[in-house]
Design a protein around this ligand. Structure first.
Ligand code: FMN
Length: 549
């Protein structure tokens, strides 16, 4: 009986996910359910902290690191040998730390190295360490506003070392759904998952600059992550908004053959520890509840699973980039363009380089941190790329899926031609030649950024087949989309242009444009890249000038 019961439960969960997905679609007739008006008094506090937890100031050192951005794509080689504590500080500073403060009129807001839908930042980060010089063993919450670690849990430094490789730490990520739901209502769950994907990639890039690698521990279950990070400690949250476990990452020297720490061993080692700190409430009240988000989150609960056996295939060397910027500078300067000039073009080589960097290569960031095979492909609206005719194109991130995609992207007029001069290893095809700026804008909720750029794109996921494997993989697809977004953001900066993630798009009209019916393929995220306009009215100040450090 037991297996049958669990099969029924799984089917029910799958149905909840499918219902959520349909219901959270934006349609021409109506946007997904959200608040009718924003209650500004109730805007969530952008930062989480734990009152009563011991604070550890981290040094601000990342600007000193000269590793060139283009070197990150080489397998971690000789990198400066820095004390572990300094490395950890730099890792956090240039992945989840502040990048700048902006102000306009009476308003002032922080921007971070990782992007976030609406700049609402649902993602929280934790570090688990068995101790290093400057940092005692414990579980720490990262408070990006002050570049501090807050010691949530202290445990005997002897209990964990055997479980973590020398010098390695665990970094756990969680999401506070309310931060996004406050503004975006039911669609917010999707954005939280995107942001998590961006954060994974942000950590992967910053770690590479330090000679570290990041491994997503995909066998861990949500309950393990919640237990280790203390997210299941009801008494520490009171009225504060709860955090939902996302992923656990192992960060440290590239270990290749070494064993990854078992979730149950880490849970057991931390089991008897002392905890400190009480979470701050982010909003005094919640005008709207979004129970469907809780339902889909429940349906997407991830149990412990066996680790993925996917092996990234070898590929030709990445196409060259002439970016000479240090990685840490490029990461900090990354911004979302809020408008594009409608003029700037990029070269075909720049486009191909960006596409190339979305392909996994063994040992190469950020996909070296991603345990699963690529399940998302790109549909591009080419507007201004020298040597590539304007039109609609498709880029397959797994060339073996060509038959599947050709069957599903099924309009007769699509020509499926490889553009002249396209590098052999890129499965890039034109579908139709046309000026598609207006179409791109219309499909991206009428946002001009999708048409005034050099190109924009939609990310098409192998939806049904991935969800059939397990309902929680709905999250995996958004994480992959967020990681793709992070690659495009940084590659755009490296090419001297700028990108913007687009979470607001009309789902099914985009599918209809491609002749896609059913849910075998579903668009999960859009993105745009081009020559940015800058808003001269905004005043920018450095990220940590408010700290006397
Ligand atoms: C998942 C996601 C969805 C986004 N959707 C949009 C969008 O639809 N339109 C837009 O103008 N910006 C969008 N953005 C950009 C954010 O508004 C931007 O990241 C945020 O304001 C922080 O600014 P920064 O990226 O410069 O740090 C999105 C970003 C993310 C990560």
């Amino acid at each position: 009986m037991a297996p049958q019961g669990s099969a029924v439960k799984r089917q029910e969960s799958l149905q909840v996910v499918l219902d959520y997905h349909q219901r959270s679609k934006h349609r021409f007739e109506a946007y997904a359910a959200g608040p009718d008006a924003l209650d500004w008094d109730d805007q969530p506090e952008p930062f989480r902290w734990y009152d009563g937890a011991q604070k550890v100031d981290l040094p601000l050192l990342a600007d000193r690191l000269a590793t060139p951005f283009v070197d990150l794509y080489q397998t971690p080689g000789a990198r400066p040998q820095l004390p572990l504590f300094e490395r950890l500080a730099m890792l956090l500073e240039r992945s989840l730390g502040l990048a700048a403060w902006k102000s306009y009129g009476g308003a002032r807001w922080a921007l971070r190295c990782n992007p976030s839908s609406g700049n609402l930042h649902p993602t929280e980060a934790y570090v688990v360490t068995s101790g290093m010089e400057g940092l005692a063993a414990g579980v720490y919450h990262y408070l990006s506003r002050d570049h501090q670690l807050e010691r949530r849990c202290s445990f005997d430094s002897q209990s964990l070392p055997k479980l973590l490789p020398e010098g390695g730490v665990l970094v756990g990520l969680s999401s506070i759904f309310w931060r996004e739901a406050w503004k975006y209502g039911e669609r917010a769950y999707r954005y939280c998952q995107h942001d998590c994907g961006h954060a994974i990639a942000a950590l992967s890039y910053a770690a590479a600059a330090l000679g570290w690698s990041v491994e997503l521990l995909d066998d861990w279950g949500d309950d393990d992550i919640a237990r280790v990070l203390g997210l299941d400690r009801d008494g520490d949250y009171g009225n504060a908004e709860r955090e939902h476990p996302d992923v656990m990452l192992l960060v440290g020297e590239d270990r290749k053959a070494a064993e990854s720490p078992e979730a149950s061993d880490v849970v057991a080692a931390i089991g008897t520890a002392d905890w400190a700190g009480v979470a701050n409430p982010l909003s005094e009240r919640h005008m709207h509840g979004w129970p469907f988000i809780d339902e889909v989150a429940h349906a997407c609960h991830k149990p412990q699973t066996t680790a993925s056996s996917y092996v990234i295939p070898a590929r030709p060397e990445p196409l060259a980039s002439d970016c000479a910027e240090p990685a840490m500078a490029l990461i900090r300067q990354r911004r979302s363009a809020q408008g594009f000039d409608g003029r700037t073009s990029i070269t075909a080589h720049t486009l191909y380089r960006m596409l190339d960097m979305t392909l996994p290569r063994p040992g190469v960031v950020p996909w070296s941190s991603w345990p699963w095979q690529p399940r998302i492909h790109l549909v591009l609206f080419i507007h201004r790329v020298e040597g590539v005719k304007p039109g609609l194109y498709v880029f397959l991130r797994d060339a073996d899926k060509q038959t599947l995609l050709r069957e599903r992207i099924s309009r007769q007029e699509f020509n499926w031609q490889r553009p002249a001069g396209c590098p052999q290893h890129l499965a890039f095809f034109s579908l139709v030649f046309a000026n598609c700026q207006r179409t791109a804008e219309t499909l991206s909720c009428q946002q001009a950024i999708a048409g005034d750029s050099a190109f924009s794109l939609g990310m098409l996921a192998e939806f049904d087949s991935v969800l059939q494997e397990a309902p929680w993989r709905y999250r995996q697809l958004y994480w992959e989309a967020g990681m793709l977004g992070q690659v495009l953001y940084l590659e755009a900066e490296a090419a001297g242009v700028r990108g913007t993630g687009i979470g607001c798009y009309f789902d099914d009209p985009f599918h209809q444009l491609l002749g896609i019916s059913g849910t075998a393929l579903q668009s999960l995220y859009h993105f745009t890249v081009g020559g940015a306009l800058t808003d001269e009215r905004l005043v920018t100040t450095p990220p940590y000038s408010h700290l006397a450090r």
